[in-house]
Design a binder for this molecule. Sequence first.
Ligand code: PLP
Length: 418
Amino acid sequence: MVLISYLIMALCSCSGAQGEYAGLTAIKAYLNAKGERHRNVCLIPKSAHGTNPASAHMAGMKIQPVEVDKNGNIDIAHLKAMVDKHKDNLAAIMITYPSTNGVFEEDISDVCDLIHKHGGQVYLDGANMNAQVGLCRPGDYGSDVSHLNLHKTFCIPHGGGGPGMGPIGVKNHLVPYLPTHPVVALQLDKDACPLGTISAAPWGSSAILPISWAYIKMMGGKGLKHASEIAILNANYMAKRLEKHYKVLFRGARGYVAHEFILDARPFKKTANVEAVDVAKRLQDYGFHAPTMSWPVAGTLMIEPTESEDKAELDRFCDAMINIRQEIAEIEEGRMDSRVNPLKMSPHTLTCITSPNWDRPYSREVAAFPLPFVKPESKFWPTIARIDDIYGDQHLVCTCPPMEVYESPFSEQKRASS
Ligand SMILES: *Cc1c(COP(=O)(O)O)cnc(C)c1O
């Protein structure tokens, strides 16, 4: 199966961010070789992942932000103005498709054409391939280079910042400019002129590649396509169930989202003194790890179910969110205190629930078992209650253990015998 219609994949970058850097250096080397060394402007929509501007900066490019319209798409009028303004020095655009706001941008091919027409290259941030594998190929709609986050779309577990892989795929004209390595010659082309090396190991985190390989082999072309379809279906199912209770911030022109969507929690600040973090903490009482918070829009929750959860689990999550909305409504309607309530006091630990004094205006049951599916025998107990995030961020504590911890049995023996 040809995944993304690129000619060559370079397996050197250990993360998406490194893939971006690798891809941008390939673009830079290509432009330099063409005698267009002066091209150094990189356009980046404001909805982009924070790694995009960081990588562009590291690759020596000058970042110019592009506005996003009210539906979360690139603001085409602003893009045109920016392209016109920077056409002489335009190096690249970095775009994410479907966008970080969870919509398939309908103008994606036009955006790519516009950049190419003005001498720039298109870097497509491939982190959202979960919505595309088997359905569409970035190379077809105009991208010159993309990374694939194998630790997102291709099954490598990536909790806790573990090893990742963000290989890049490029079109033919960029092949001679792919990164190289001093130990293993990676270049196929003897006239190659790469900009340099990306990571210490020639093939990045190669030890984890068999996971993606096995996943692709076991799923097959049909299975991978099915996974993308289910990921999109799951997101739309949840958006549909939750839209009666929360505002879904962005949608495509036909009212659908891609494989993820954003719920707006900002209005509750005024109506109930409730913020996204309160919803996120309260979800723990229902047994859920909170989704991405305040990204890409501050004060919101980004929900990305993927294809991995079954319908019962999606429904449990929606039920929890709907019940939380009702808890917010109780505060809004004055039936619950705006400072001491299940949201503000969440998450509830076992110590808190079993303490002899319970002076809250809601029951222990509401605190710990807010819906029937939260059962004592399978209850997840949060280990700590609310912490003061801002205080913690501003007061760093050194947890380095004292030197004695490193004392070996050998030195103790020596001391005993002397
Ligand atoms: C995750 C992500 C990245 C960065 O990938 P890392 O492996 O975390 O460096 C870049 N862009 C988007 C849209 C992402 O979701």
